[in-house]
Write a protein that binds this ligand. Sequence first.
Ligand SMILES: *Cc1c(COP(=O)(O)O)cnc(C)c1O
Length: 232
Amino acid sequence: MLKENLEQVEQNIEKACKKAGRARDEVTLIAVSKTKPIGMLREIYDEGCRNFGENKVQELCEKMEEMPKDIRWHMIGHLQRNKVKYIVGNGVSLIHSVDSYRLAEEINIQAKKKNVIIPILVEVNIAMEESKFGISPEDAIVLVEQIAELENVRIKGLMTIAPYVVDAEENRLYFRKIKQLSVDIGNKNIDNVSMEILSMGMTGDYMVAIEEGATMVRVGTGIFGERNYPKQ
Ligand SMILES: *Cc1c(COP(=O)(O)O)cnc(C)c1O
């Protein structure tokens, strides 16, 4: 079943790339495996998936230990400063959810200790939803400029979690807005900052996100099925 799900998602990604006149290799599919058992991750791995996303530090670390070493792991969930030390220097590829200077500063401290440079994305709350983490679009540029000063952290782009909607078209505007923001920041040519990555789009709206410029889509339910915990 997972194989079919993955094939379906892959076809949709290809379709969206084609529609947008983009090459398929401009978009990375991240399989969001939070709450799912290792057996399911293995199944997807065997189908060729090498990018996995988790939103909790402990679960991420446990799964990293158990799974093959050629996987690129993405930390996509809200990160507390006291947990940063567990994921810096252990092979996490990208932290998507940096939304404050204090968090970036802690990542920098831990990265220095371990003599590594950590690629991150700045999370933007593009729709300004109360319930969501992320910096406001207005404050994003200043935050990027501040984080750019930190020696062991590298900003690679922006990430957003769009509102939950029934019709993905409703999010097109937000995706367009954050794409524009990333272009604006890129045009500032800030030292040590690149805007090559735009992480946006989930099961409900990843095709629209790709049409609007996503370079990473984070798909959970569409691959693994519904998660078995009450929605908070
Ligand atoms: C859970 C999660 C996803 C995947 O959501 P689905 O709707 O299941 O595809 C993507 N991004 C983040 C940050 C998440 O926490």
